[in-house]
Design a protein around this ligand. Structure first.
Ligand SMILES: [Mg+2]
Length: 198
């Protein structure tokens, strides 16, 4: 079983330091639950460019980014036993080294780190299972017939579950594994930490 794991909103929580930075700079009081749309910049009073620039700033201080759950590396170990796990992240190249450093610092193991451009669609990559928070990616993944375990976030709550879109509260192993175990077959994993860019 080939598994794709997303970074932001799945393994990592850059949104909390992002909002702290935004509120300090703009004198606003936005909270996590206020991010109700995936393309949330308008609701936060930002342009798309400003949003991504601020997010890049957050990753430049990668040590301030908390994991989405305390035992994130344990959850990944369980996934690694069920299939081959690639980290796929959609971002500009400048922040990829920070993300890789963050993954290493958190003890997160995976097969490959794949960075794709902002305009690419993850569904094209042909994984069997995706752990995602994006409602846009989830819809495309389901359309391709793959399974999306949708990590519950305020910005994806309007997306309805289907046979292929299963909402889970977090990447915590107990919530994810019960959906994946029936799909998994024995596989040999390698942890080469090789990289590939598409
Ligand atoms: Mg994400």
């Amino acid at each position: 079983m080939r598994i794709q794991v997303d970074v932001e909103g799945v393994l990592a929580d850059p949104h909390t330091p992002f909002l702290k930075l935004l509120n300090e700079r703009k004198g606003t009081d936005f909270r996590y639950e206020d991010i109700r749309k995936y393309d949330c910049w308008k609701a936060l009073g930002l342009t798309e460019k400003e949003f991504f620039r601020l997010l890049d700033e957050v990753w430049a201080k990668w040590w301030t980014v908390p994991p989405s759950i305390p035992n994130v590396s344990e959850a990944m170990e369980k996934l690694n036993r069920l299939g081959t796990v690639d980290i796929v992240t959609k971002r500009n190249s400048s922040t990829a080294p920070y993300v890789k450093t963050w993954l290493f610092a958190k003890g997160i193991r995976y097969r490959r780190f794949i960075q794709i451009g902002l305009k690419r669609n993850k569904a094209e990559l042909g994984y069997d299972v995706y752990l995602e928070d994006s409602p846009i990616e989830a819809t495309a993944i389901a359309r391709k017939g793959a399974v999306c375990l949708l990590i519950d976030q305020p910005w994806n709550r309007s997306l309805t579950e289907t046979r292929n879109i299963i909402r889970v509260p977090s990447i915590a192993e107990s919530t994810v594994i019960k959906h994946l175990e029936p799909l998994s077959k024995p596989s040999r994993n390698s942890f080469s930490h090789t990289e590939k860019e598409f």
